[in-house]
Ligand binder design. Structure first.
Ligand code: CDP
Ligand code: CDP
Length: 203
């Protein structure tokens, strides 16, 4: 069975959390596409050329330490405006989306550019404050020294860059289901996403 669930939305909205849970629930594969851009961003911080880094990306690079740091997130959103970087990552994401057995991809342009034919599209969002509070909790738990103001500023700057860029800007696909998780806990957000997929699968 070929079946793609496309999940897009702004930083720290819960795309990955919802995506992983949906994949586990239905036995689908899951790809966090932000990790591709983070891996390129990390290599650029280490002095690499962004387009060469994207073209030469390896599975090992996706497991590099430190990819979740705010510095790498910023570098990721800076390399993500480069059309040739996006083009270099396109085919891998497309073939992942159409692999046998079902796939969930989360990112910014999955429902609009990578997989416009996805069977289910979700646009997961939440207020910038709710998202910054969630990301702060994750960073503090990982031992990163930061505060709410700095995280909120990072989230807003990245939202602006991701939505304002010319190539594949962040926006909901016309046929995406909106899932605002501002007032939902993880369990409720996952249940809402699972219900959308189950309905489309006719289960
Ligand atoms: O992938 P994305 O950056 O959109 O978000 P994430 O990595 O899934 O992180 C979201 C964080 O918010 C996680 O720590 C979740 O436990 C938490 N959270 C959530 O995902 N959804 C909610 N409805 C409430 C909290
Ligand atoms: O987890 P969070 O939502 O904070 O970020 P991410 O999903 O890991 O993505 C990091 C950055 O990569 C984003 O700010 C985007 O600029 C870029 N990105 C993108 O342009 N397209 C995607 N499909 C995924 C990520």
């Amino acid at each position: 069975m070929i079946f793609t669930v496309a999940i897009d939305g702004p930083a720290a909205a819960g795309k990955g959390t919802v995506g992983r849970a949906v994949a586990t629930h239905f036995g689908f594969a899951h790809l966090d596409t932000g990790l591709l851009y983070r891996a390129v961003g990390a290599q650029v911080l280490a002095g690499a050329d962004p387009v060469e880094a994207a073209r030469g990306l390896t599975p090992e690079a996706l497991a590099a330490p430190g990819l979740r740091s705010p510095e790498v997130a910023r570098a990721a959103s800076e390399v993500a405006v480069i059309g040739e970087v996006r083009a270099a990552l396109l085919e891998f994401q497309r073939s992942f989306a159409r692999r046998e057995g079902g796939a969930v991809l989360d990112g910014r342009d999955i429902g609009t550019v990578i997989c416009p034919e996805a069977e289910v599209k979700l646009f997961v969002t939440a207020s910038a404050e709710a998202r910054a509070a969630r990301r702060l909790a994750e960073l503090v738990a990982a031992g990163v020294e930061t505060d709410f103001g700095a995280v909120l500023e990072d989230v807003r700057a990245r939202d602006l860059r991701d939505s304002g860029r010319a190539e594949a800007p962040l926006r909901p696909a016309d046929d995406a289901h909106l899932l605002d998780t501002s007032e939902l806990d993880v369990e409720q957000a996952v249940a809402a996403a699972v219900a959308q997929v189950a309905e489309r699968l006719g289960r």
